[in-house]
Design a protein around this ligand. Structure first.
Ligand SMILES: NC(=O)c1ccc[n+]([C@@H]2O[C@H](COP(=O)([O-])OP(=O)(O)OC[C@H]3O[C@@H](n4cnc5c(N)ncnc54)[C@H](OP(=O)(O)O)[C@@H]3O)[C@@H](O)[C@H]2O)c1
Length: 473
């Protein structure tokens, strides 16, 4: 194969490796003998492969090269040289030998000759993670048959142990395997397994609440591994880290998806992005952003003690692993930070005013101990709800983001005909007041917590990723 650009500054030959030495010394001798001027370098690059797309109907069909190179780019394959004859029946590229299997699969999938394959590593098979694996188990065959999307889970990792496999992990028995065949958890080993050279696309799904896992995202994205997460820690860390993640997600081949960090599966971040990107001016975003606190204040009408309602929500998996993250307002605070940063505000969690609900003295200690001692504060909470009821209002814990006025998190009361008063169970509700949606704000409302809906949102992000990578979903 020969490749030469129109600048005529380089000529590239692809030849069998066992002839490379002979060829280079022959060429060198010829140039020296003939005293050819202007030859600056003669380089031999070993361990390369030629990948060719060949077809009679390619000729005169626009977009063949774009599909080919697009598929290679999305799989992170670097192209060293390109050749296409004027008959347009063959496009050949020289790539690194190590990328051969991945490139072949990506090119096949790019022309719909084979499935779009994603290698998946799941970290955190807790409430959300296990619900996600169950949903995937029930849908993967249909996605494969209907859309040619092949979603292969190759690693599942909990705090101390993990299972990894070259073959897709059978999703009907991952729990037994994690109990019986697990090896010690090792995030580097997990990433290496998931990011195998033979599969074009790798994604790590972080379903933990761990800061440590969040601190790995940038490394994974830099290595070409896509990241999907409902974990808020990375986006609410330092501004510099957040900016690096966003920039990386925009610039490189690795995508970063985190729709479920605010409102579980509700389209809150996507709606906000649509408003901002189409030039609307955000005046205020206000919302009930915690499914837990929504549930608590929907249920809390004074007939049952507040502490009993909190314990019930925790047992049903509606709360964060430690319910104080919700009651302290920290979880809402994190969502406020994510929304504020999404519209370009330089907000840090430490700068946010949070008026939380964890009584003084109960900040530390075990979750069970906290829930027991919360009973001592039931009277205070009963007083607040009685006050609101006497004014014809209800209590709601809200987060507010206003570019001109700033951001806050607090317990407020609203008249019973306000949209915030008319919500159900774990509903989240967000009002976007903008230049376009001014007198009548745009409202997104629905269940904003619970493992099933959150897992559904993570799954939807995974399918969005597959679509970004070229699947026709
Ligand atoms: N639950 C909801 O309704 C909801 C809604 C929206 C967003 N979220 C977010 O979704 C995430 C998961 O929530 P969840 O309710 O599923 O929590 P969970 O039930 O406590 O599950 C957490 C999982 O993460 C694992 N884990 C924790 N630290 C780890 C580490 N360093 N390395 C590997 N694995 C680790 C735990 O493993 P072990 O089993 O070994 O402890 C567990 O499997 C959180 O970020 C949460 O904020 C949850």
């Amino acid at each position: 194969m020969i490749s030469q650009g129109s600048s005529e500054h380089s000529i590239c030959f692809a030849i069998p490796q066992n002839q490379a030495l002979l060829a280079s010394s022959t060429i060198k001798t010829v140039f020296e003998t003939e005293r050819t001027r202007g030859i600056q370098t003669l380089e031999v690059t070993e361990s390369c492969t030629i990948l060719a797309v060949v077809g009679d109907t390619m000729s005169g069909t626009p977009g063949v090269a774009a599909s080919f190179f697009g598929a290679l780019a999305r799989a992170g394959v670097n192209v060293r040289a390109i050749a296409q004859g004027s008959s347009e029946r063959n496009i050949s590229v020289v790539i690194d030998e190590a990328d051969a299997a991945k490139a072949l699969r990506a090119a096949h999938a790019g022309f719909y000759l084979s499935k779009q394959t994603l290698s998946i590593g799941l970290i955190g098979p807790g409430h959300v993670g296990s619900a996600f694996l169950d949903q995937l188990a029930g849908r993967s065959e249909w996605l494969l048959e209907e859309f040619g999307v092949d979603l292969r889970v190759r690693a599942i990792c909990a705090t101390k142990k993990m299972i990894v496999d070259q073959a897709p992990i059978e999703l009907s028995s991952w729990r037994e395997r994690l109990d019986e065949e697990a090896i010690p958890a090792d995030l580097d080993e997990l990433a290496a397994y998931v990011h195998t050279e033979s599969v074009p696309h790798a994604v790590i799904i972080d379903c933990t609440a761990s800061e440590n896992i969040g601190s790995r995202y940038l490394d994974w994205l830099s290595a070409g591994i896509h990241v999907i997460t409902p974990n808020k820690k990375a986006n609410t860390g330092t501004l510099d880290y957040y900016r690096s993640l966003r920039e990386h997600g925009r610039r490189s081949d690795a995508h970063y998806l985190y729709e479920t960090t605010v409102g579980a599966a509700l389209p809150i971040l996507q709606t906000l992005r649509d408003l901002v990107q189409t030039g609307d001016e955000i005046q205020r975003i206000e919302g009930i952003l915690s499914g837990t606190l929504s549930y608590l204040f929907n249920s809390f009408d004074g007939t049952k003690p507040f502490s009993e309602i909190v314990r019930q929500a925790w047992e049903m998996g509606y709360t964060e692993p430690d319910p104080r993250e919700d009651l302290s307002g920290l979880d809402v605070g994190r969502k406020v930070v994510i929304l504020a940063r999404e519209i370009g505000m330089d907000l840090d969690l430490s700068d946010l005013e949070i008026d939380g609900l964890v009584p003084e003295g109960l900040e530390d200690g075990s979750v069970n101990n906290f829930l027991d001692r919360l009973e001592n504060h039931d009277d205070e909470m009963a007083g607040l709800v009685e006050g609101a009821t006497s004014r014809g209002e209800v209590l709601r814990f809200v987060g507010s983001i206003a570019p001109e006025e700033g951001c806050s998190v607090a317990l407020r009361s609203y008249p019973t005909d306000h949209p915030f008063a008319r919500i159900h169970l774990t509903d989240n509700i967000v009002q976007f007041q903008t230049a376009r949606y001014n007198d009548n704000p745009l409202v997104v409302q629905g269940p904003g917590a619970g493992p099933e809906v959150t897992a559904g949102g993570v799954f939807a992000d995974l399918l969005r990723l597959a679509s970004n990578l070229g699947a026709t979903l």
